[in-house]
Design a protein around this ligand. Structure first.
Ligand SMILES: Cc1cc2nc3c(=O)[nH]c(=O)nc-3n(C[C@H](O)[C@H](O)[C@H](O)COP(=O)(O)OP(=O)(O)OC[C@H]3O[C@@H](n4cnc5c(N)ncnc54)[C@H](O)[C@@H]3O)c2cc1C
Length: 469
């Protein structure tokens, strides 16, 4: 059931994972909004994103995932190598996740995957049925799917950033870099780790200090063949490999036909943050970094040097980590922050964007019922008060904060393990191959199994009769 159109309007700052997911959700709920993105929407940056089944469930609810699922190859194996291409651990985690199981098979893999702690049974069942495998696709393809699923494209305003806002008892007014002033009922800052809405919310605090940066990441997309021999694959299609080596961790995924997405995690020690005013490192910084890691293997046969030679794009950025420990919304309840603006993980486990989608679920699971209660006239047709909105924002934060902290901590340890950054990582490396597969996928299965869905939309796996709410 939609919220009938009313004067309630959401202003969204940022048109990426969090902002576009929120825009789709609001459109589905029939809530008015405008999204302002200071750059282009869905630019081609050469990044890829790992998408967990729980995120695909939510995007199924919005009708988005069918646009991005093909041509992804579901994850099959997840192997770990050392820098010389020696096997540290081999596992078929991806296959287990994607396998069709039922009856005792389901129970068996539940134990194997450590899913006995799952909170969301429906998601778990879908997960095991293999309907929604783990995938990794181009970030731009994912964002295009989110953008193109929106029917009223006039609500999306690219190349117009928010430079200021004023919050009052009845609403919020934003000023854009084009000099426009836009009025709304609430403002949601989905504007990333360098969030300007967060800085405006806390003008006297340097909120960038809420995040630590210990690593940088060199990311690339490459053709999955040797530059000198197009017949020779660099990696088996569908495979996902991690490299554990001193001073550089690696990830390489042959997860779409003909392409490999890869990343190398490098401690900052040797290289400070990019020159001031830059968010990413220069081309010469990239060449210096890859020269040092050229011979590090991404699998038994190929090295990151081979991947670099067959590259189509590379970029190197700092990897911030942290969960903002200031309130995520204004005292007036009309400005809130979601996604990387309030929680940022290293990229090693690929949880950040998935966590951003969860935040949108929790926020709308509080907001939409409030709007239905107040605007549909169950309590007389009226606008929600600031106090009610404040409660919405607090409830969202209460649910999302521990989840974000979990994603951040898990990623923290994964990055330090793969770069052998601490003494314990060396110890774990020696026993890693002996650990049960259930332990190795535990982070993914716990995070996936306890994820929220949109409570106010039918679950895509609900029996036919139950679909209408
Ligand atoms: C190398 C790397 C690999 C990653 N891999 C994965 C992965 O595999 N899986 C995964 O789930 N996550 C991954 N992540 C994390 C993921 O990219 C982020 O968590 C996700 O993009 C966060 O989405 P967001 O919408 O909160 O912020 P962002 O994606 O940062 O988007 C913020 C947007 O706001 C815009 N903006 C900023 N200021 C303003 C303003 N004032 N007005 C209007 N617009 C503004 C920006 O231009 C930007 O488009 C990775 C991150 C990195 C760096």
């Amino acid at each position: 059931m939609s919220v009938p159109s009313s004067d309630f309007k959401v202003i969204i700052a940022g048109g990426s994972v969090a902002g576009l997911t929120l825009a789709n959700a609001l459109e589905k709920a029939g809530v008015d909004y405008v999204l302002l993105e200071k750059r282009d929407i869905a630019p081609e940056l050469g990044f890829a994103l790992l998408i967990l089944p729980c995120t695909t469930v939510v995007h199924d609810q919005l009708g988005v995932s069918k646009r991005y699922l093909p041509p992804a190859i579901p994850f099959s194996t997840r192997d770990h190598f050392d820098e010389r291409g020696g096997v540290v651990s081999r596992s078929n985690e991806g296959t287990l996740i994607g396998e069709k199981k039922g009856g005792s098979g389901l129970v068996k893999s539940q134990v194997l995957l450590g899913l006995e702690t799952c909170a969301n049974e429906e998601v778990m069942v879908a997960f095991h049925r293999g309907r929604r495998p783990l995938i990794m696709i181009e970030r731009s393809r994912y964002l295009c799917a989110l953008r193109d699923s929106i029917s009223d494209q006039s609500k999306l305003r690219a190349r117009e950033g928010i430079v200021g806002y004023e919050e009052g008892p009845d609403g919020v007014t934003v000023t854009t870099d084009k000099g426009n002033r836009i009025q709304g009922s609430i403002l949601v800052g989905a504007d990333g780790v360098h969030s300007s809405i967060r800085s405006m919310l806390y003008p006297k605090i340097d909120t960038t200090k809420q995040f630590e940066t210990t690593f940088r990441v060199l990311i690339g997309t490459s053709f999955n063949h040797d530059v000198d021999n197009k017949e020779k694959l660099l990696m088996k299609e569908g495979s996902t490999n991690h490299t554990i080596s001193p001073g550089v961790g690696g990830l390489a995924c042959a997860s779409i036909p003909g392409k490999i997405f890869w990343a190398m995690y490098i401690p900052l020690e040797k290289k400070p943050l990019p020159e001031s005013g830059r968010r990413s490192y220069s081309e010469s910084d990239i060449e210096e970094a890859i020269a040092e890691c050229w011979d590090v293997h991404c699998c038994a046969e190929s090295t990151f040097g081979d991947l670099y030679r067959s590259r189509t794009a590379t970029i190197m950025v700092p990897l911030e980590e942290g969960v903002v420990d200031l309130p995520w919304s204004s005292p007036g309840g009309r400005v809130a922050l979601v996604g990387d603006a309030v929680h940022k993980t290293t990229a090693t486990l690929g949880l950040g964007g998935n966590a951003a989608v969860d935040g949108v679920c929790y926020l709308t699971n509080e907001l939409i019922p409030l709007l239905r209660r107040t605007i549909t006239g169950q309590e007389g047709s009226r606008q929600p008060t600031s106090a009610e909105l404040q409660q919405v924002m607090k409830a969202y934060e209460r649910q999302q904060r521990p989840r974000a902290a979990y994603a951040m901590k898990a990623s923290y340890y994964a990055t330090r393990f793969e770069t052998l950054h601490s003494w314990w990582a060396w110890a774990v490396k020696w026993v890693y191959g002996l650990l049960p597969v259930g332990f190795k996928v535990r982070v993914f299965s716990d995070f996936n199994g306890s994820a929220p869905v949109f409570d106010w939309l039918p679950h895509p796996d609900a029996p036919e009769g139950k679909k209408e709410q």
